[in-house]
Write a protein that binds this ligand. Structure first.
Ligand SMILES: Nc1nc2c(c(=O)[nH]1)N[C@H]1C(S)=C(S)[C@@H](COP(=O)(O)O)O[C@H]1N2
Ligand SMILES: [Mo]
Length: 450
């Protein structure tokens, strides 16, 4: 069978699993609300790239059309959040965060859907199995609409905002675009656990790829997986279509609410064990390292170490993403170490807004407890409630909000603040951590009204 025909067949299989009845609703979610989006005028000047000599074209490490994404690194593309209007993020606008170039069925044959296998095993598993793609499609699946956000989203705030000690932070300059929202179709962990049986005393679930790089996998405490066993799982479709290579084809994890790293792409193995497990992505990568954070406990003799040693354990793993918010305006970049080559503003340049009645629009999310309210403050004035626009489908989804503003000529600072259903509000400042993880400080958007 030709590769194309195989792909078409597998695609139709996936579509058959996706519930027909929800297609109309699904489409409606993608339509941007009318009149959603302020009349933003970006300065027409050439991007920062024009100032420096163009670099040699990098090896093409991202497979999908990335023309609607911001280039922040060879294997990393940010969403252009200042252009976001829809409740669901289309795949073409969805950020890509890869530690290595995207592997495909062509470059890595184990990722071809008929060759792909998922091994579920380990000392705490009663009946180890190896599932094929068809086996997975044959299992009961669910779909969930949820945000996905990189732990490093908002790292830029450390550099740009006073009080956040940005000098000590390094990593990719995401600005605020490492977040998106999709419908994820997945076989819940509850189904996986029922299928293989878990022995008493399980402590860790290790989700492993090993395909794009030999250190790509992440452990989750078994109790945390159990607590979310219906909401997280083994995902094979995004926004009603089979996964594309950049987002983990054929199969990835989806762990709603947790920082993106938990959602291991190109998944090949789930191992359940009665020991604690350490690897790169919970020791010196995707962890909080800084004076405010204690090194986690470990047992050098009893724990399992994969490609790391006890000395690599530097700080606690980032888990749930905190409450956050943004308005659809690019941040002014003055102090960040880099300005992405296709960023719409040059270094130090302010976005322009026309004077008069404006409707500011934005997004707020708080996946652990859900968004209770969103407030805005202009030039340090009183906090005022924004209007949350439906749909608001539960704790894992973001909400869109609007805020009418009589914009007067001159320079202004607009701040946004989300409060979640546990009563937790975004703080003015957060403690520094050297990898710039999970910055949820109130963002300050500067605009020039003309
Ligand atoms: N195998 C593998 N899984 C991975 C990654 C990766 O580089 N390799 N990146 C992780 C990180 S850091 C994030 S934020 C999410 C990004 O998912 P997306 O690229 O589909 O948006 O995937 C996670 N899963
Ligand atoms: Mo990430």
């Amino acid at each position: 069978m030709s590769q194309e025909k195989q792909r078409a067949e597998a695609d139709s299989l996936v579509r058959a699993v996706l519930k027909e009845g929800t297609n109309a609703q699904r489409r409606a979610l993608f339509v941007s609300a009318a009149a959603f989006g302020a009349a933003m005028a970006l300065p027409g000047a050439s991007p920062a790239a024009a100032q420096t000599a163009p670099a040699a074209p990098p090896r093409r490490a991202i497979v999908k059309d990335d023309s609607r994404l911001l280039n922040i690194g060879a294997t990393v593309r940010s969403g252009n959040y200042w252009n976001f209007t829809t409740f669901m993020t289309p795949v073409e606008e969805f950020y890509v965060r890869n530690h290595y170039p995207t592997p495909t069925a062509e470059s890595r044959p184990v990722l071809a859907r008929d060759a792909w296998r998922l091994r579920i095993h380990g000392p705490s598993v009663e009946r180890p199995v190896e599932l094929t793609f068809n086996d997975l499609l044959g299992m009961r699946s669910r779909s969930i609409i949820a945000t996905m956000e990189c732990h490093g989203n908002g790292r830029t705030l450390f550099w740009e905002q006073d009080g956040l000690t940005g000098q000590q932070v390094s990593g990719g300059n995401w600005v605020l675009g490492a977040v998106g929202q999709a419908e994820w179709q997945y076989v819940p962990m509850s189904e996986i656990f029922a299928r293989v049986g878990i022995k008493p005393g399980a402590r860790t679930v290790l989700f492993w790829s090993g395909v794009d790089g030999n250190d790509m996998g992440r452990p989750m405490p078994y109790d945390d997986v159990l607590a979310q066993q219906h909401d997280m799982g083994v995902c094979f479709a995004m926004n009603g279509n089979p996964l594309v290579p950049d987002h983990g084809a054929p199969v990835r994890m989806v762990v709603p609410g947790w920082g993106g790293t938990a959602s291991i792409k190109w998944l090949t193995e789930i191992r359940v064990t009665d020991r604690r497990v350490w690897c790169r992505l919970n020791t010196r990568g995707e962890v909080f390292i800084g004076p405010a954070y204690a090194r986690p406990e470990f047992d050098a003799a009893a724990d399992e170490f994969i490609g790391v040693t006890p000395e690599d354990i530097q700080g606690p793993m980032v888990t749930w993403m905190p409450p956050k918010s943004l308005i659809t305006v690019p941040l002014v970049l003055e102090r960040s170490p880099s300005v992405p080559p296709n960023y719409p503003l040059q270094r130090g340049q302010w976005p322009r807004l026309s004077a008069g009645r404006q409707e500011l629009t934005g997004y707020a999310w708080a996946p652990q407890h859900g968004v209770r309210q969103v407030e805005l403050r202009i030039d340090g004035g009183p906090w005022q409630r924004a209007e949350i626009r439906p749909p608001n489908l539960g704790k894992y989804t973001w909400v869109r909000f609007t805020f009418p503003w009589d914009a007067t000529p001159g320079r202004h600072v607009i701040e946004t603040r989300t409060t979640d259903n546990a009563g937790v509000s975004q703080p003015e400042t957060v403690p520094m951590n050297t990898l710039g993880m999970a910055n949820w400080a109130i963002p300050k958007f500067r605009v020039e009204v003309v």
